[in-house]
Structures are given as C-alpha cells and as structure tokens.
Design a protein around this ligand. Structure first.
Ligand code: BMA
Length: 332
C-alpha cells in the first residue's frame, strides 16, 4: 500500500500500552483489564458493551449498565484519561421524543458517533421488541431523542462518522425477538436521521469451513474509521459451539463511497475469549467491541469491548497493521 491516510483528530494522550515483549498478536490486551469493573456503581450488576469518545480534552461515554434488578440501562460518564471513569449513578433521561417513542422500556449496547461536532447515540432500544434508538447530545448531560431508525427487530446500529454522498449512513443487523441465531450486516442512508432507505446488504456470516468464529451471525462494532484504504470496520462474529455462543471480533475494509461493498474481511479473529474475565461472567465467552479511540498521527487504536457481559476491557493495536492483517487473512 502507498502512504496510508487515517482520518480523525490527533489524540496523542489516548490510553496506550506498548505491545508486550514476545507478543505477536495484532491486538493486545491492556494489562490492567478489566478497565471498567462490574461494580463501579453502587447499583450496577455489570458494565460492558459501552461507547466512549474524545470530549473536551478528555473523554465521555455512554455506558451499558445492567442494574441489580437486571434491567438494561444507559448511563453517561466522563474521564480525563479514558481509563478511570466517573459514571453517573442515574440513568440517561432522553428528552424531546414523541411520547410513544420516548417511553423507556430498555436500552443496551450503545455506540456514539461524532458527526459535525454533535454526538449521536445509537442503541438497541425496546419498542415492541428491540430496534435502533437514536439521540444526540453536545454535552453528555442533555440527550435529545429522535425517532427510532427502524421497525423492530434490529440491533447493532452503528453510524458512520460523516455523511456519505450527502446522507447520514448507518449499519444495522436485522434480528428477532430473542437471542437471534442468524444475522447479516446491512447499510442504510437518510437525509435527516428520521427517514431511512437505500438499504443494501454488506456482509453475511462466513461459511464455517472458512471462518468458524463468524459463521452464525455478525454485527458492526465501533464507529468505522475512515482511511485511504477504505472504512475500517471492527465487527463481532458468533460461533455456535456445543457449549453455547462464542463472541469474537475481527475486521473488514468497506468501500469509501459505497460502504456496502466490502474490500477485505479478516478470516482470523483479532480477539476471541481467552482471558478469565472474557471466559467467565454473566454470559461466558463474549468479547463485544462497541467503541474505539485512535490517533491518526501514530496509527494507534484503543478498542473498548464488553467481556462476558460483565465488565469492559481495552485492547491496543496499530491501524496500519490491522489493515495489513485484514487483507492478508481476507476470506473475500
Ligand atoms: C447479544 C447482545 C449483546 C450481548 C451478547 C452476548 O445478542 O445482547 O448485548 O453481549 O448477545 O450475550
């Protein structure tokens, strides 16, 4: 490849740890994982599958906190260094929606995308079943709820960080009411974040003979990163083992102007449950990325991922190496 261009604001002070000596993994785990423990809040059962972004010289985020009633709720949080978090004990109260939509049922697996200086939250929102909720904030204190993007049932709604061909662009994963045993990634666009169309198929699960970790269902992870080689997308994939579901994640490159066209897709996973906090917890064997921070200057990336539906982990890597890995192991 020529000189790789990575878009985004430089983040020289982002969370980082060098690759441990002797490690040849493309992504390596933070040695102090889990970075967010399950009982950070007095009433939290677990804090995982959460989204963080750079905010005012530090970081802000929207966190999935399941409480001790085992309700799935969303909380805002702030951090100076991306490692030590102050998460609000109270849940986010979304404002301004049509009362039909704004009535809270449940919400989980948030992502946050910064588009033209505003932060947009997408999450799995309960409305006669799971669908894609949407809201925006500019201060992580007041959140303005918009219409749900889709009819139920849908999960893993992830916005691109800029309009594409003049439209907002969203990946999603149509599903069912339960622990969906299937799932492809689709692309949709909208002129106004309310009306969505131009739906296109992006990727199906892989044949198990080719790449078993992603053979049952897949779903977009963090907000895609724009590079001169295409949109870098981290996505989770699920293997149906004799002992239940196993959630790992890998990477893909999508065409810059037509993101429903994948250019490369890793046959190998980047992270699959291996450490004790990924292997055991409320749901064993789950690594589920929902956010990343990156520094275009150095190519560094830090990925926040839910571990065993219980705690939040952090992993580090270099974007150029992930792109090389995606192409080298591609199953397309
Ligand atoms: C998926 C979602 C995720 C969860 C995963 C494993 O369907 O509900 O929130 O991490 O299952 O339980």
């Amino acid at each position: 490849m020529g000189i790789l261009e990575i878009k985004g604001r430089n983040l020289p002070d982002m969370p980082w740890q060098d690759r441990p000596e002797g490690c040849s993994d493309v992504l390596w785990r933070y040695s102090a994982n889990p970075v967010i423990r399950r009982d950070l809040l007095p009433d939290s059962n677990s804090i995982f599958n959460s989204a963080v972004v750079p905010f005012k010289g530090g970081y802000a985020g929207v966190f999935r906190c399941d409480d001790k009633n085992r309700r799935m709720t969303l909380h805002a949080g702030f951090s100076k260094d991306g490692l030590n978090w102050d998460i609000n004990p109270g849940t986010i109260r979304f404002e301004g929606a049509d009362p039909e939509i704004g009535e809270w049922v449940y919400g989980y697996d948030p992502r946050v995308a910064e588009i033209d200086g505003k932060f947009y939250v997408t999450w799995c929102n309960g409305y006669h079943g799971p669908t894609i909720g949407l809201a925006w904030t500019d201060d992580f204190r007041t959140f303005h709820q918009l219409e749900n993007a889709f009819l139920p049932y849908n999960r893993n709604g992830v916005l691109f960080p800029r309009k594409i061909n003049g439209k907002f662009a969203l990946l999603s994963r149509p599903s069912d009411t339960g622990h969906t045993a299937f799932g492809d990634i689709f692309y949709s666009e909208s002129p106004d974040l309310e009306y969505w169309g131009h739906h296109r198929h992006v990727m199906a699960p892989a044949p198990f003979e080719q790449s078993a970790w992603q053979c049952m269902k897949i779903g977009a992870g963090p907000v895609p990163i724009e590079t001169s080689e295409g949109w870098l997308l981290l996505f989770h994939g699920v293997l149906h083992s004799c002992n239940g579901y196993v959630y790992a994640f890998g990477s893909a490159l999508l065409d810059l102007d037509q993101p429903w066209k994948p250019i490369a897709r890793s046959g190998q996973y980047l992270i699959s449950p291996r450490e004790i906090y990924e292997l055991t917890g409320d749901v064993p064997n789950v690594t589920f990325p929902c956010a990343s921070l990156h520094d275009p200057e150095t190519g560094r990336i830090a990925v926040y991922y839910g571990c065993a539906d219980t705690v939040t982990g952090l992993a580090f890597g270099y974007i150029p190496e992930i792109i090389e890995f995606t192409k080298r192991t591609s199953i397309l």
